[in-house]
Write a protein that binds this ligand. Structure first.
Ligand code: DP6
Length: 340
């Protein structure tokens, strides 16, 4: 069998993608930075055949994931004319817990999309330019999971049309075309794992509830404004606006979940305790750190590299007691996927 391997990271959204329409098109622009340590490694094996697909996730065959991969691959066969004449074996390994609110679908789907694009180049003999390759991979990744569109690039990445970015698109993500202030280039993200369990409501189901959400219109307008304001803060190195916007997006995401119909809560008591501690520590120490949340109970603590020693002491003394088995992941802005 032939083989391609890609390692692709997860990402953390600062402006959240929450709500979609059409074929996986976002209802508002989102902005994230790509992580470095939370990765999926996907090996894609192929040989001539008749469209059979097998999938191992962390070494195990799981019917739910295999069914999702089969649906996904049949949904993108117009991009890859050869797919029906191949048998595929996909072996994906995650180095962090899946379904726990760390965007594992982002790393899993982006690594698979990158493998499919590389495989297509090998089979067809047609090599795309670097820019075309990643744009296509982002579009293919988006069709698997929206947030995965952003994971094919390193650094700060946006996805979705914004009037502030001429080249922005709903179809694929792009690296931010602005110069991010150097104080944000080395941003750290310590992920405080409050709960490793599988979420009660998936992101896919959560997005669906946005289509008839009473606050949908206001949410999409606010996300556009937050996106514009965050771009400015990132350019200027403006910590106080960065903190204000990022925390408003985090709480805004969870308030949309709570005010959906039916409403639901993914936060845990310890998530709230951590948030209160972070606010108190910031007020007392004046260290510019803040939190964001994904669709789950775990807290992403964001801070600058230069404050690492002070923040580490705060984490060990005040936050780890709220983490499941004192588990946290130290991560930071990463350079994006690697072909292995
Ligand atoms: C809260 O990308 O997981 O992490 O497109 O249905 O696969 P699907 O959803 P997904 O949603 C992620 C939502 C979020 C915010 C974000 O990453 O922008």
């Amino acid at each position: 069998m032939n083989k391609i391997t890609w390692q692709s990271p997860s990402n953390i959204a600062l402006i959240k993608y929450w709500g979609k329409h059409g074929v996986q098109l976002p209802s508002n622009p989102s902005l994230s930075f790509t992580l470095n340590e939370c990765n999926t490694i996907t090996e894609l094996f192929w040989k001539e055949g008749d469209g059979n697909i097998e999938l191992l996730f962390n070494g195990e065959s799981k019917e739910r994931f295999t069914a999702r991969a089969r649906d996904y691959i049949s949904s993108i066969d117009s991009y890859f004319p050869n797919l029906k004449k191949l048998d595929l074996h996909i072996d994906s390994i995650n180095n962090f817990p899946h379904s726990a609110g760390i965007a594992s679908s982002a790393s899993a789907m982006s690594s698979l999309a990158l493998c499919l694009c590389s495989m297509d180049e090998e089979i067809s003999g047609k090599k795309l330019s670097k820019e075309e390759f990643y744009r296509k991979a982002s579009e293919i990744a988006r069709l698997g999971s929206g947030s995965a569109a952003r994971s094919v690039y390193g650094g700060f990445v946006s996805w979705g049309i914004s009037d502030k970015l001429a080249e922005s698109s709903d179809e694929y993500a792009s690296p931010l075309p602005i110069k991010v202030h150097k104080s944000f280039e080395d941003m750290r993200d310590t992920i405080l794992i409050v709960d490793q369990g599988i979420k009660a409501v998936s992101s896919r189901a959560g997005h669906k509830l946005m289509s008839r959400h009473p606050y949908a219109k206001q949410r999409f307008a606010l996300a556009n404004k937050n996106f514009r304001d965050l771009l400015r803060a990132l350019q200027k190195g403006d910590n106080s606006n960065f903190i204000r916007i990022v925390e408003a997006e985090a709480l805004g995401l969870h308030s949309l979940m709570m005010s959906s119909s039916p409403g639901y809560i993914l936060l845990k008591a310890d998530t709230l305790k951590i948030i209160h501690r972070i606010r108190a520590f910031r007020e007392l120490s004046c260290t510019p750190l803040c939190y964001t949340l994904d669709a789950g109970p775990n807290v992403h603590l964001l801070y600058h590299d230069k404050d690492s020693a002070e923040v580490e002491e705060f984490i060990t003394q005040e936050l780890l007691l709220y983490c499941s088995d004192k588990y946290r992941i130290n991560d930071h802005v990463g350079n994006g996927p690697i072909k292995l």
